[in-house]
Design a binder for this molecule. Structure first.
Ligand SMILES: [Zn+2]
Length: 49
């Protein structure tokens, strides 16, 4: 099963991977760069669909 996150902030960011940790790292990086948000691993994991 793949892990997927769509950014809910109205941009086109989407990440999909079989590697949950990879998805988490990409989400954290995107949140920091684009939204100035510091997410924990748990917060990023909660966004996975
Ligand atoms: Zn975004």
């Amino acid at each position: 099963m793949a892990y997927q996150v769509d950014c809910s902030q109205g941009d086109d960011f989407m990440i999909k991977s079989d590697d949950e940790q990879e998805v988490i790292e990409h989400v954290k990086e995107h949140a920091k760069e684009k939204h100035d948000m510091e997410l924990s691993d748990d917060e990023a994991r909660e966004m996975i669909q």
